[in-house]
Design a protein around this ligand. Structure first.
Ligand code: V47
Ligand code: SF4
Length: 385
């Protein structure tokens, strides 16, 4: 690094230590010229200022009611054509059975996303929320990405804000962060040209926040995008968060190429995973949490990421399909005991959270006995705030 670059890095270090916002150019410099360990060290300052030594996890399951999708995103291995050999649509009974399984296992959250089915009406998606919420009101339903809300508006001709309010009244708890991919049109038009664009994605999250719903945000990296696209993406999110404060967690998602139309690309390296994690923590100074989604990163990288900006490793995640269809070799689920051990091994303090980051207090004499298939006793579960 030459003298000018050293001076620039010292300036940025000073900003990070004094909690001063980094600019687009600072971000580009960090991404393109600063070594991984320095980037991690800087991100860790922000991570510990915001969340101390805590690493959050939650007890959750995923539910993907259908994989049939009208869109054909180039990076997606999960979707199926209407009459494709892998196509499935879950019945109400199957959906309720899966919700019962999650509830009986002591989950606090069900993460529900899926394809945009060619033939299913708006009411089908609404009914999923209604029946699960009525049967298991203690499960927080984090459901449907902005792409799905945009689809519901196309199906009905109604404004997304009205639709979100109707779902909220039926039991929707919050919005997951999917569908964001890369906002910049140079990339978006090449990987998912037909679905909700950046402006619609951001507007829908703004509307959700205005209705009192919290949401997450993601960025799919490691395919055809470059530093400029990633920084543009992060700063668009930061700008919306300045206005609403409704985002909870940012989740960088590493591209998995297997079984996709981009299978000729290689998977991002661990180095890139850690660099993107650290850069996200540094640029998104107004996001309370950064998640290292272990399903996507793999367990060892997720553990290291807890020192590169991340303070959350998501959850037990039973029945994950999107990443496993695209070649993820992570296990299908982790027990609470395994998650806690991974966090402790990484030198952090494990804290179970619910979807809205309230601490969940369980009787650990009971939770130690928890394993897939064995219920955790919900009567010993309370949130601390
Ligand atoms: O929007 C799809 C991505 C997202 C691939 O909010 C792929 O807590 C990599 O958003 N390789 C869905 N990524 C998952 C998601 C998510 C996950 C965990 C937690 C939360 C949260 C949200 O998965 C999609 C897309 O960006 N995706 N295919 C693939 N082959
Ligand atoms: Fe459909 Fe979502 Fe896959 Fe795109 S990423 S093809 S919208 S299921």
């Amino acid at each position: 690094m030459d003298r000018t670059a050293e001076y620039r890095l010292a300036e940025i270090r000073d900003k990070v230590q004094n909690n001063i916002r980094l600019t687009y150019d600072d971000g580009l410099f960090l991404d393109q010229q600063v070594d991984l360990l320095t980037l991690g060290e800087l991100a860790n300052i922000v991570r510990e200022r915001k969340n101390g030594n805590i690493a959050y996890y939650n007890v959750n399951e995923h539910l993907n009611p259908t994989n049939v999708c009208v869109y054909r995103c180039n990076f997606c291995a999960f979707r199926s054509d209407l009459k494709g050999p892998r196509a499935y649509v879950m019945s109400d009974e199957q959906i309720l059975e899966r919700a019962r399984e999650a509830n009986d296992r002591g989950c606090t959250e069900l993460h529900i996303v899926g394809g945009l089915h060619h033939l299913k009406p708006y009411e089908w998606y609404l009914n999923i929320i209604r029946i699960i919420h009525n049967a298991f009101p203690r499960l927080h339903l984090k459901a449907y990405t902005a792409v799905e809300w945009d689809w519901f508006a196309r199906l009905t001709g109604r404004p997304t804000k009205d639709i979100l309010a109707e779902f909220r009244d039926a039991g929707l708890g919050s919005l997951p962060g999917g569908g964001a991919e890369i906002f910049h049109p140079e990339v978006r038009e090449r990987i998912c040209e037909h679905k909700a664009n950046a402006e619609n994605w951001l507007r829908i999250h703004q509307e959700a926040h205005e209705l009192g719903l919290r949401s997450n945000a993601t960025m799919l990296y490691g395919h055809i995008e470059n530093s400029h696209h990633r920084l543009d993406h992060l700063l668009r999110l930061r700008e919306l968060q300045d206005r609403t404060g409704g985002f909870q967690t940012f989740i960088p998602l590493a591209f998995h190429p297997d079984n996709t139309k981009l299978a000729h690309l290689s998977k991002p390296s661990v180095l890139m995973d850690l660099r993107v994690m650290a850069l996200s923590r540094l640029m998104l100074d107004n996001f309370p949490h950064i998640k290292a989604y272990w399903i996507m990163l793999g367990i060892p990288t997720a553990q290291i990421a807890l020192s590169f900006g991340a303070d959350d490793i998501d959850g037990t995640v039973v029945h994950e399909k999107i990443y496993h269809d695209a070649g993820s070799t992570s296990p299908q689920e982790l027990t609470v005991e395994e998650i806690r051990r991974l966090i402790l091994e990484a030198g952090r303090t494990p804290v179970e959270r619910d979807t809205l980051y309230h601490e969940v207090i369980r009787d650990h004499a009971v939770s130690r006995q928890w394993s897939p298939g064995k219920p955790l006793h919900l009567e010993v579960l309370t949130t601390a705030n």
